[in-house]
Design a protein around this ligand. Structure first.
Ligand SMILES: [Zn+2]
Ligand SMILES: [Zn+2]
Length: 380
């Protein structure tokens, strides 16, 4: 595991010279900035103070058999439990209980993962993150809001007409008599094919990278910040998915179980729990795979694009996970050390002109991309 000192990460504002951005961030973003401040003091700080009491136990656990057993079993256990709970929740169709379970799920994952991150951290530096958790809570609700708006935008673009025309064919094609677990796996397999190419485009097309940079602005990985995404990424992905997914139409129950499974894989994609994932890392986009994806060095960071699965990266030659090393914890955007970290700043950043430091990937300066620090000590 990495062993650097606790981070002093603050809630950085836009660079001073981006005057228009700073003006908008300060004045138009004032209510959100206020909400961030309140959330941080009322919720994030007390919770972090509480979990910090587990730190002494984490040192005691190091080298113990119990830690080894947990590091091998936490992920498969959660995976199986998620599918089981998901299938139970939709056993009698989609009811209010299903929806309640669905809403409570992120809270349950948090109560489960936050203490485990403290007890067996991959990086001790990543345990402290300024007030980024307040930003991530707001980004979680912002993401849900923009997902809803995406549907309206798809309608406004008349894509919905094509989607509605194709859906009956999708329902006819879908093998709804097959075992539900196989159907869930098949749905994720198909959906992730599109996520792979969309995510790869976000990295390789400079204008799209501006939008996706918000996700890569994080300076630590922990269970909640996998959801950090700019609204334009959420909307453009919905438009990109709309037509192909109209031809992939499982029942609503299967789609819901798949979303629950995607949520649990997403937690382990960013989780700071030091897991021994073994061959799971050749199937899912989790653990070290995704840590490399967040490297500040473009040469390494432009890899491992899979949403839930990593198999398309293996298939299309973008897989990076050397057998004999583990990733360091100096992550972020190499060319944008001053990337804003407030919600308002994250919203505004892609639109600002002439921020060569922030958006160097857009221009000619790929060579300026920092190579990051040498990797830290491997996990025991
Ligand atoms: Zn990415
Ligand atoms: Zn990520």
């Amino acid at each position: 595991m990495a062993t650097t000192q606790p981070s002093q990460t603050g809630n950085r504002k836009l660079p001073e010279r981006a005057r228009i951005g700073r003006f908008l961030e300060t004045w138009l973003g004032a209510p959100i900035n206020g909400l961030e401040f309140v959330l941080n003091w009322v919720m994030v700080k007390p919770l972090r103070w509480f979990w910090r009491h587990l730190d002494s136990w984490s040192y005691r656990l190091e080298g113990m058999l119990l830690r080894q057993i947990l590091s091998h079993t936490i992920f498969p256990f959660t995976l199986i439990l998620s599918v089981y709970v998901g299938l139970k929740l939709v056993e009698n169709g989609i009811t209010s209980l299903t929806l309640l379970g669905f809403v409570l799920l992120p809270i349950i994952y948090g109560l489960y993962c936050a203490p485990l991150e403290r007890l067996m951290p991959y990086s001790r530096k990543w345990l402290e993150g300024g007030n980024d958790s307040a930003v991530d809570i707001i980004m979680y609700f912002s993401g849900a809001f923009w997902s809803g708006i995406s549907g309206l935008i798809v309608s406004a673009l008349f894509i919905v007409g094509i989607v509605e025309a194709l859906e009956p064919y999708g329902h006819d094609l879908w093998p709804d008599q097959w075992n539900p677990v196989v159907q869930v796996a098949m749905f994720i397999l198909i959906k992730d094919f599109f996520r792979y190419w969309f995510h790869r485009a976000l990295h390789e097309i400079p204008k799209l990278w501006r939008i996706h940079a918000a996700h890569h602005s994080v300076e630590r990985l922990y269970w909640l910040n996998g959801i950090r995404a700019h609204p334009l990424e959420i909307i453009s992905q919905a438009i990109f998915y709309a037509i192909p997914l109209a031809l992939v139409q499982p029942t609503a129950e299967i789609a819901l179980v798949a979303v629950i499974l995607q949520l649990s894989i997403g937690i382990f994609q960013h989780s700071n729990i030091d897991l021994n994932l073994g061959w799971w890392e050749y199937i899912f986009s989790i653990g070290d795979n995704h840590r490399y994806h967040h490297y500040p060095d473009k040469g390494i960071g432009d890899s491992n694009y899979g949403g839930e699965l990593i198999i398309y990266d293996i298939l299309f030659g973008t897989f990076h996970n050397p057998r004999d090393e583990r990733p360091h914890d100096n992550i972020g955007i190499g060319t944008a050390p001053e990337y804003p970290l407030t919600v308002a700043g994250l919203y505004i950043a892609p639109f600002l002109p002439n921020q060569k430091t922030v958006f160097a990937r857009d221009e000619e300066s790929e060579s300026e991309v920092s190579a990051g620090e040498p990797r830290l000590q491997p996990a025991e």
